[in-house]
Design a protein around this ligand. Structure first.
Ligand SMILES: [Zn+2]
Length: 80
């Protein structure tokens, strides 16, 4: 026996950081070579990068948009 006592606690997961320090981030990624554009706060701004990338890589025609969305765990009640 370790002699330790553990207590379980509920948590609620919700979108957004409490202090706003982790903004949602959009980024275009070339699915051919894996290169990615700069992160941007909005989709429209992020998806300009493929137009720049295709000029140097004319055969790279497929892209994905990666979205990073912050979440916050909020501690709840202690469980019996
Ligand atoms: Zn590429």
């Amino acid at each position: 026996m370790s002699g330790r006592v553990y207590r379980m606690r509920e948590y609620t997961l919700s979108p957004g950081a409490l202090d706003g320090s982790l903004p949602q981030l959009h980024r275009a990624r070339c699915t051919t070579c894996g290169a990615a554009g700069p992160g941007a706060p909005g989709s429209e701004e992020a998806m300009r990068w493929p137009h720049d990338h295709v000029r140097d890589h004319p055969r790279h025609l497929e892209y994905a948009e990666d979205i990073s969305r912050p979440y916050q765990l909020t501690p709840g009640r202690w469980l019996p």
